[in-house]
Ligand binder design. Structure first.
Ligand SMILES: Nc1ncnc2c1ncn2[C@@H]1O[C@H](COP(=O)(O)OP(=O)(O)OP(=O)(O)O)[C@@H](O)[C@H]1O
Length: 614
């Protein structure tokens, strides 16, 4: 469980397989010389406090237990190692740490009482914590309820820091202390703001060198690993790692080589915690996976949001699951909409009966819940498959489990009402909101089209543009929810939001997009997927699946390709292009045909440009 700390590195990129040679610059904190390791600080005065024993020692300083000379008050005093007191950068770091902590002032952050210098060595007087670090407390997986209790307090501490523009940047079990709290509970105290960063620095404060990597590799967010700008969401990623560790007993990425860990944060998706340890509730696992998203904008926006999601996931996990009413089905829209009867239902998830192939594990599905009281559109994630064989062994129906995304109180209220078929107290219906109507008209039109039309992007859009348009659509729709919408408008907005999320899931992922583009015969889209890094092996696998769905077209491309070749050798480029288009209509993922088609397109374009410029 112990993670190694990364020394400053002055290069912004991760290193392939070796520790960066710049990781240990001259000013890196090191252990104090042997002569200083004795208890020569014990008995010394620090202001009104006298040191009575050493509590521990870190890279920056020695921490002492000290007592007020006149009162029975105990404090901890952190004294900078004498051999580091000459290093202005480290002195500044200790002072910045004390300032950051005293700015935060929160019950989950250690309290700072004083800051001074003795014999040229700066020291910080702080609250004495009688307890143990989280690293010592949680040496293996802990119960989800306790993990959430600790994580929510960490979120509270971070929320307070972020509200003052401070990012911690080195959250890890060794920096979290647990002290006895009310009713026998553990109270979290966040320590060690040694590398915390103020996002808008006050004048006179020492900045962290740009391009310097600071942190602990196992807990570092992708943007921190690559030396890019950090913000509050960088800390939320570390909470994701911490939660992962508490629930499964291991961090998402570990390796002997620091560089390999950094690269993993940048490029690999972690195995979801509930797959590492089956006792982890899938809803909680989903919250941590969102905190661990590679792109900050895909994580939670604030510590408070992450906290609320952790709590509601835990509550949902504790909600008993009941048999679903007979008339409850879930429709998965798409080119071929399918209805699945609901087998069991909880507040945040359901189990759908399915004898064929269920949607892939961890895929997002947009659903229209057809409940006894009416329809409810929503988005969910497939978290469980039960095969026919497992179903026989466990005496249940085969199918798949879905965790619902919008498990917020308003949604749950609506869900419960429609599930039981109880109608709300009659109220005067709210009329349609005119401003919203103009926006919704646009989306009604978009829903007539394919997924590209829903997001409002051309069929050859690149992944960044797809994401940007999805974000814009979501923002436009979400902004409507604060208006006094009619019931029909509100439900339509929810439905479109679900559809936008589903379209992004498909078009934002080259493997899923290429499958869709093949169905649309959208050759430019297929080429986009290849340029976005889709491998030839993945393309071939998609192609096999395409022929499973369309066995009648297999082999039809051969003749068209042969004709295309013949036209080409006769110099008849446009006829050749038409042949390749026909070939790709039958076999849209044929790599050679794709390459030829692209080359011919380019050739036609160049000759048209040459003619125009003449
Ligand atoms: N306020 C405190 N109350 C009680 N014990 C403390 C307090 N602050 C630190 N300690 C103890 O002192 C030890 C050293 O603390 P310090 O913050 O210097 O360690 P560190 O995190 O290893 O240091 P660094 O990150 O600078 O290398 C810790 O292991 C902790 O047990």
């Amino acid at each position: 469980m112990e993670a190694k700390s990364l020394s400053p590195c002055s290069c912004p990129a991760p290193h392939e397989d070796v520790e960066c040679p710049t990781f240990v610059p001259a000013s890196t904190p090191t252990l104090p010389p042997r002569a200083e390791r004795g208890g020569e600080l014990v008995g010394q005065r620090f202001g009104s406090f006298r040191a009575i024993r050493e509590l521990g020692r870190g890279g920056m300083g020695t921490v002492l237990l000290a007592e007020h000379v006149l009162m029975p008050k105990r404090v901890a005093v952190k004294v900078l190692h004498s051999h580091l007191a000459e290093e202005p950068e480290l002195v500044a770091r200790l002072l910045a740490e004390a300032r950051a902590m005293s700015l935060v002032q929160h019950e989950n952050v250690v309290t700072i009482y004083d800051l001074d210098t003795r014999d040229g060595r700066p020291y910080v007087v702080m609250e004495y914590l009688e307890g143990q670090s989280l690293a010592a407390f949680a040496r293996g997986p802990i119960e989800p309820a306790l993990a959430v209790e600790l994580l929510t307090q960490v979120c509270d501490a971070l929320g307070a820091a972020h509200a003052r523009g401070i990012v911690h940047r080195d959250l890890k079990p060794a920096n979290i202390f647990l002290v006895p709290g009310p009713q026998g509970r553990q109270r979290v105290k966040l320590l060690d703001f040694g590398i915390a960063k103020r996002l808008s620095r006050a004048e006179g404060e020492t900045p962290t060198r740009t391009g310097v990597l600071l942190g602990t590799p196992e807990f570092m967010a992708p943007e921190q690993c690559s030396g890019e700008a950090v913000d509050a969401r960088t800390d939320l990623y570390a909470v994701g790692v911490l939660g992962y560790l508490l629930l499964t007993g291991r961090v998402p990425f570990s390796n002997e080589s620091t560089a390999a860990v950094l690269v993993a944060h940048l490029t690999q998706n972690p195995v979801p915690p509930h797959e590492v340890r089956p006792g982890v509730p899938p809803a909680l696992s989903a919250v941590l996976m969102r905190a661990l998203a590679k792109r900050p904008e895909e994580r939670f926006a604030t510590a408070a949001e992450l906290r609320a999601s952790l709590e509601s996931a835990l509550k949902a996990a504790a909600t008993p699951v009941a048999p679903a009413p007979a008339s409850f089905t879930a429709r998965v829209p798409g080119p071929v909409a399918r209805d699945y009867p609901a087998e069991r239902v909880g507040r945040a998830g359901l189990f759908l009966r399915c004898t064929g192939t269920p949607p892939p594990l961890r895929s997002d599905v947009s659903l229209v819940l057809q409940l006894p009281g009416g329809e409810l559109p929503c988005v969910g994630q497939v978290v469980r498959h039960v095969s026919a064989e497992q179903a026989r062994a466990w005496n249940m129906a085969p199918g798949f489990g879905v965790e619902l995304r919008d498990a917020n109180p308003a949604f749950q209220q609506r869900f419960s009402r429609l599930l039981t078929g109880t109608s709300p107290a009659p109220a005067a219906p709210t009329p349609d909101e005119p401003h919203a109507e103009a926006v919704l008209r646009d989306f009604r039109q978009r829903l007539q089209g394919d997924r590209y039309a829903v997001l409002g992007v051309p069929r050859d859009a690149d992944a960044d543009s797809v994401r940007a348009h999805a974000r814009e659509a979501r923002t436009r729709l979400e902004s409507l929810l604060s208006l006094p919408l009619s019931d029909a408008q509100r439900s339509f907005v929810q439905r479109v939001l679900a559809r936008v999320a589903e379209c992004l899931q498909v078009l934002g992922n080259p493997e899923r997009r290429v499958e869709y583009d093949a169905e649309l015969r959208n050759v430019k889209g297929v080429m986009r997927c290849l340029s976005a890094g889709l491998t030839v092996t993945a393309l071939e696998a998609c192609r096999r699946r395409f022929f499973e769905r369309h066995p009648e077209t297999e082999g039809h491309s051969i003749l068209h390709i042969a004709s295309g070749e013949a036209y080409l050798s006769a110099g008849r480029v446009s006829e050749a292009l038409a042949c390749y288009e026909a070939a790709l209509h039958a076999d849209p993922l044929h790599l050679e045909a794709l390459k030829r088609w692209t080359a011919l397109q380019a050739r036609m374009r160049h000759s048209a440009e040459a003619t125009a410029s003449r």
